[in-house]
Write a protein that binds this ligand. Structure first.
Ligand code: B3K
Ligand code: ZN
Length: 861
């Protein structure tokens, strides 16, 4: 397959001013007539018109009303000898009922839906399917009225009516120029929740959420989230909704989370539907974030879009940063930041160290869909956050204003964004651009020296990034503060350092005692920090650091060292010993939940995950690592049994369920206590968990109890079996809850998990046509470090089979499964041999999809 390079970018030879689509949904397929008004791009030398297409049956082609010769291949349509401006009409038939890739137009249970980003529009009609071709669209849909009563497209409803044979039609016009990837249409039988929003300037926007019939009672949270996002974007960034109609449509079959099509967002049901008995606190918060994310794209992505797909982080990194900030303002800023970093370390750091590592702006790709990654999204958001950290919040806002002033209505590059920030702030970002160009997670090594005579403290920071193509230094914002041994913040010691050299020293004056340095506060840069802080210093920070992120981080560093050391002990056949100081620190945290917040304490007592820990080891023994982490959990459970039991009893939320951060925090801590208590696995705790499972009036508590039971290792556990059976029996008609049921089994630490997962692939609840089911059962299993990486290679062989079963049917989802192999080289020779064999089996498969081929080739390379 062909590799596409950023350096080869050239502007389009033709521009498309208007697109008129007539889409007729019929029994033997959907007929799409497209009329485009074209003109040569004056900035580019004359070239023939080359349009993209995929799986199109071409019925007619005409130019200015007359037949015109054309050259058609499977993926392109070429027209020569065109006048400088002309009207092109093409008629094609497509088969959305057979479209299993869920890219382009496809059938799902309640109707027809589309997904065009990145290159799905070419599966609907012949078009220059690239984001720098922006046009205004008018769309007319025709379909059977009884089966598809709802007909939607981007923009405003213009007219509608009935036609022969029980059919009807509707025309929509989108007044804003947009790239084809933001096109959408929906035809289906759907219920709708309506509302309105009055913008700051007084315009009324009609809001609508369309869902599967019968699900209206699961929409109000998403609607509230939409209105909060609209208000927040006005207040924080002065950005008003430009539309008269803003619609969200939820569909159960969707490759990813949601899509920001102009005025007609299409969402995975997972990020719309919620009711206290079916959705957890985390689900509610995710819905807030995703609804906001897609809404925020209306400015960052739609009004200003990407010149080419290499610039994806221009819209995604920025929009993730915006949804993070929204989430932090709406819920709990401290724990929001902690969770962002936890996610970054669990997914992005491994990606950046593995075969798919790429800069936030990649320089080449085979299949663009493989680059909707944690790097482009989450590391991209960290890069935007660093810009704000370096220039300050006000200058950042001024930079955003400048960006829209310069580029509204344009398709631009990451440089354009940074240039607007530079213009507004006067800051020189030349060196900073390295963050856009290099893959890999930089490391900062820190060394501190306190000089009693001069009462000064010298902090020396050195940076490196072995994955980068050269060793030029990054510009890295490093927030620091110094603390006294008794936990006092040393006055005047809070600083934002700009590390710009390979090694640099920073001097703090008037430091009368040996300080405890707190580095990278609020995680001011996405880097690894190597610093030999002592357990005593970390304990001081855990108890006293006023930056909640670094207080949490101190606890994580303590736990990390203990678990990694224990893992070595266990691998050598010895029993780990745990210091009393760690237990004491944990006890203090539990006792301080009222002052520090239950949500924070729950985060602080959640041990670092196995995937994150594995990145810190050169040859991973997953069994030893797993045993070490469990052993520390178990030790805490034993030592703090009274505390856990006491808090479990006292933290109940007696008020009616709301997903507020205060209540969610209490539930999180209480359920964490339960998960520690279950480490004992006696009849009493089994009963305790089972009672919670049965009596819970909300999914958060019910699911937490189920997860605790599902993790019990004993071969026979009556309560576990009953809970799993009852849960399925009760929720089998709620697809999203069934996903939870699958996932709680595929992520279980039980030794028989692979056998369970295999059996579940044959369960009626599982469906290879539904991405959510695959993610819940198969991909989640791939993230189960100890079970996926079983020494006998059984996990790898299973995954290879699943990839091959899926690659043709849905390459995008299959390719995501292939990413489970990213870290195969971190394990011992025996495991590597099994993984390599599995990867080769996939790679050598005849007719393997391009998406999967790119991932496995890089993995094997
Ligand atoms: N922009 C879409 C992602 C499209 C993925 C295409 N493979 C969702 C989002 O980031 O908002
Ligand atoms: Zn996005």
């Amino acid at each position: 397959p062909q590799t596409i390079y950023l350096k080869d970018y050239t502007p389009p030879a033709w521009l498309v001013d208007t697109v008129d689509l007539d889409v007729s949904i019929e029994a033997d397929g959907t007929v799409v007539s497209a009329t485009q008004t074209l003109r040569r791009n004056p900035a580019v030398a004359d070239q023939p018109l080359v349009l993209d297409g995929e799986e199109l049956e071409t019925l007619a082609v005409s130019v200015d009303g007359r037949e015109h010769p054309y050259l058609a291949s499977a993926t392109s349509l070429t027209l020569n000898d065109l006048p400088a401006s002309c009207t092109l009409r093409t008629v094609v038939r497509i088969q959305p009922d057979n479209n299993t890739r869920l890219s382009g137009m496809y059938r799902s249970k309640d109707g027809y839906f589309t997904q065009c980003e990145a290159q799905g529009f070419r599966r609907i009609t012949w078009f220059m399917d690239r984001p720098d071709v922006m046009s205004t669209y008018t769309v007319t849909l025709h379909a059977d009225r009884a089966t598809f009563p709802v007909l939607l497209a981007n923009g405003n409803p213009v007219a509608s009516g009935d036609e022969a044979n029980g059919r009807h039609w509707a025309t929509w016009a989108d007044p804003f120029r947009k790239p084809a990837y933001l096109f959408a249409l929906v035809a289906g039988k759907l219920d709708v929740l309506r509302d309105t929003f009055r913008t700051a300037s007084g315009r009324e926007v009609q809001l609508a959420i369309y869902v599967e019939p019968g699900k209206l009672d699961q929409c109000p949270h998403a609607m509230a989230a939409l209105k909060k996002s609209m208000k927040w974007d006005e207040e924080r960034f002065g950005l008003e909704c430009d539309l008269d109609h803003y619609m969200i449509v939820a569909v159960g079959d969707f490759n990813m989370g949601a899509m920001e099509n102009k005025g007609l967002n299409i969402f995975n049901t997972k990020y719309v539907l919620a009711r206290p008995d079916v959705a957890t606190d985390v689900d509610f918060e995710n819905i807030d974030r995703v609804v906001a994310h897609e809404y925020f794209h209306n400015w960052t992505g739609n009004r200003v879009t990407c010149r080419d797909w290499f610039q994806l982080s221009l819209k995604e990194g920025l929009t993730v940063f915006r949804d993070q900030e929204f989430g932090a303002d709406l819920h709990n800023r401290q724990t929001a930041r902690i969770r962002e970093v936890r996610g970054l370390r669990a997914a992005q750091f491994p990606e950046d160290a593995g075969p798919m590592a790429h800069p936030i702006r990649p320089e080449s790709f085979v299949e663009i869909n493989n680059f909707y990654t944690a790097t482009v999204y989450e590391k991209g958001a960290e890069v935007i956050r660093m810009i704000q950290t370096l220039i300050g919040r006000d200058a950042f806002r001024a930079g955003m204003d400048e960006y829209f002033r310069r580029h509204d209505g344009q398709a631009v590059t990451c440089e354009d964004f940074v240039a607007a920030m530079a213009a507004a702030s006067g800051f020189d970002f030349t060196q900073f651009m390295r963050w856009y160009r290099q893959p890999g997670t930089p490391r900062i090594a820190a060394d501190g020296f306190w000089d009693a005579d001069s009462a000064s403290y010298t902090l020396t920071l050195s940076q490196s990034n072995p994955r980068a193509s050269d060793d030029a230094p990054y510009l890295i914002p490093v927030r620091v503060a110094l603390f006294a041994a008794d936990g006092r913040l040393l006055p005047g010691s809070e600083r934002l350092l700009q590390l710009s050299a390979s090694s640099q020293s920073f001097v703090f004056e008037n430091v009368a005692e040996e300080p405890v340095p707190s580095l990278l506060r609020d995680f001011s840069a996405p880097v690894y920090l190597d610093f030999d802080d002592t357990p005593e210093q970390l304990t001081v920070l855990l108890a006293h650091e006023s930056d909640p992120f670094n207080a949490w981080e101190a606890g994580q560093r303590l736990a990390t060292r203990l678990i990694l050391a224990a893992s070595t002990e266990i691998a050598a056949g010895r029993t780990p010993v745990w210091p009393a100081s760690f237990v004491d620190a944990a006890r203090q945290l539990l006792q301080s939940h009222a002052e520090r917040g239950a949500a924070f304490v729950a985060e602080a007592l959640t041990l670092p995950g196995e995937t994150t820990l594995a990145e810190l080891i050169s040859v991973v023994d997953p069994d030893a690592l797993h045993a070490a982490r469990n052993s520390l959990s178990r030790h805490l459970a034993e030592q703090l049994e009274n505390e856990f039991a006491g808090l479990y009893a006292s933290l109940t939320v007696s008020e009616a369920y709301t997903p507020s951060s205060e209540h969610a925090g209490r539930r999180a801590l209480r359920n964490l206590c339960l998960s520690y208590l279950v480490e004992f696995d006696g009849e009493a705790v089994r009963e305790l968990a089972f009672k919670q499972f049965r009596e819970a009036d909300n999914m958060t508590d019910q699911f937490a109890a189920l997860a605790a039971l599902a993790n019990i290792n004993a071969a026979d556990c009556r309560q576990r079996d009953s809970a799993l059976a009852e849960f399925y029996a009760r929720w089998q008609d709620e697809a999203l809850v069934v996903d939870k049921w699958l996932q709680v089994q595929s992520t279980s630490r039980r030794p028989d998990t692979l056998a369970t997962v295999k059996a579940l692939t044959a369960h009626p609840a599982f469906d290879l046509g539904n991405p959510n089911k695959i993610y819940a059962l198969i991909r989640a299993f791939g993230a189960n470090l100890v079970r996926f990486n079983a020494a006998d290679g059984s996990g790898y062989a299973f995954m290879a089979e699943q990839i091959l079963a899926l690659h043709d049917r849905n390459p995008q989802v299959a390719s995501r499964l292939a990413r489970c192999f990213d870290r195969w080289k971190k394990f011992d020779a025996g495991r590597q041999a099994h993984a390599q064999a599995a990867l080769r089996r996939v790679r050598d498969h005849q007719g393997l999809s391009r998406d999967v081929l790119e991932v496995v080739t890089r993995a094997l390379g």
